[in-house]
Write a protein that binds this ligand. Structure first.
Ligand SMILES: *Cc1c(COP(=O)(O)O)cnc(C)c1O
Length: 428
């Protein structure tokens, strides 16, 4: 593997003082906290490393937009030539607005509405990843009605345990995603070849934050065998979508991001006799480690049994610890006292689940100090809410010593813009 293929994010991009050449304390002073900060350089490194491993393959990388749908992040993906994996009309519009070509967009998800399918057909997205028979029939009917030729891939549920958190596992038979090989077999047997809908792809995505390559290997080998069976029956498969799911480092001392060279090697070997296009849908792996959440300590509260460090970020800014019991490394910005303390790091929201860390050791800190919560580039801002009437946090991108606001902090007026002050009651 050449040096330029190195997927490790350059450690100088992020330190206890700065990120990508920009001082974190300055950012906090300028934009306030909580503040999401993303390194453009770190995202570009991941894209480059992935592209480097894909040389020689007929591959299309479709960034999973739900990981981080900020316009500036999408523009960065568009500039690097990436496509997108979308799950809603909102994501479709964000992608088109950011300059991602429709022919590089794939549409996934179990709940595509009729209106969303029509919008995506009219935009001429590249492919629909279809998850149920009902959806297949609707898509076929709409494509034929509108005389729009399009492509569909069957999302296979290969019944593989991705060995990740149950809430982000998607490839078990009991999960709502995809269909069994048996059902897919029937779809291909019955699909009318005269339809404008070309059923010519397979798709498999077994879950997220996967750190072990074996589940990928098993799922892909099963899919490859199925593709050979279909080819033997005369069903031409032109595209095989291997999904996303690549895990990243959340704990410096324990986990390590999936090695991209090893991952692509598994894909190459598992699908060695497949001649069509490969689609990759990484989300988290491209952006998670490029982000951090800056937060300020409001106060230290000495409870009856525990010490609580109350910060100004909360579960509405970063839901992962509450939702998945996820670990995020947390460290003070700038100063590191020699003395250590054990504490629970909690937000202001009125939920016990609003806890970023329990019994965590930190250098001794005080009210007013800045902390950074690491690895928040994915599934943080994109999952944010207004719970407790907290406005959405600001987001900043940094790039080689420069920085720019890429999302203004939400104002009270924006947060409440949809409220109806005087309901106009009507009778039928
Ligand atoms: C969420 C999702 C992805 C991206 O998953 P990551 O774990 O973020 O890489 C890719 N494909 C589909 C269909 C998804 O639902």
């Amino acid at each position: 593997m050449s040096q330029s293929c190195n997927a490790r994010i350059d450690p100088t991009l992020s330190s206890s003082v700065g990120i990508d050449g920009v001082d974190l304390a300055v950012l906090a002073a300028r934009f306030g906290t909580p503040l999401q900060v993303y390194s453009a350089g770190a995202i570009r490194q991941r894209i480059h490393a992935l592209h480097c491993e894909l040389i020689g393959l007929d591959a299309m990388v479709c960034y999973a937009v739900k990981a981080n749908s900020n316009h500036a992040v999408l523009q960065l993906m568009a500039q690097a030539g990436l496509g997108a994996d979308i799950v809603s009309s909102g994501e479709l519009r964000r992608c088109l607005r950011a300059g991602i070509a429709a022919e590089r967009i794939v549409f996934s998800g179990v709940g595509k509405s009729e209106a969303e399918i029509i919008e995506a057909l009219d935009a001429r997205v590249s492919r629909f990843n279809v998850e149920s028979f009902d959806e297949l029939c609707l898509l076929r009917q709409l494509a034929d009605q509108r005389a729009t030729t399009t492509h569909a891939a069957v999302r296979i549920n290969p019944d593989v345990d991705a060995q990740t958190h149950a809430k982000i596992s998607t490839g078990r038979a009991e999960n709502k995603f995809g269909v069994s090989f048996d059902e897919a077999r029937r779809w291909f047997a019955q699909h009318p070849r005269t339809s404008r809908l070309r059923l010519d792809g397979l798709h498999v995505h077994i879950g997220s934050q996967i750190l072990n390559l074996d589940p990928f290997r098993v799922a892909l080998e099963r899919t490859a065998a199925f593709q050979r069976e279909l080819a033997g029956q005369g069903h031409l498969i032109t595209s095989l979508d291997v999904g996303g799911g690549l895990g990243v480092r959340y704990r410096d001392d324990e986990d390590r991001a999936i090695d991209i060279a090893d991952y692509v090697d598994v894909v190459r070997r598992s699908l060695h006799d497949f001649r069509g296009r490969l689609v990759f849908e990484p989300g988290r792996w491209l952006v998670a480690e490029a982000g951090l959440l800056l937060t300020r300590i409001i106060r230290i509260k000495h409870g009856q049994q525990r010490r609580f460090v109350v910060v100004d970020a909360a579960m509405n800014d970063l839901l992962r610890p509450s939702l998945y019991d996820a670990w995020h490394d947390i460290a003070p910005v700038l100063k590191a006292s020699e003395n250590r303390m054990t504490c629970d790091i909690v937000g202001p929201v009125c939920e016990t689940g609003d806890t970023f860390a329990r019994s965590r050791e930190l250098p001794e800190c005080a009210a007013g100090d800045l902390l950074m919560i690491r690895t928040t580039g994915a599934y943080a801002a994109s999952m944010a809410s207004n719970y407790n009437s907290r406005p959405l946090a600001a987001e900043v991108m940094v790039d080689d010593g420069r920085y720019a606001a890429i999302r203004q902090r939400q104002t009270f007026e924006q947060m409440t813009a949809g409220d109806v002050m005087t309901p106009q009651w009507q009778s039928l």
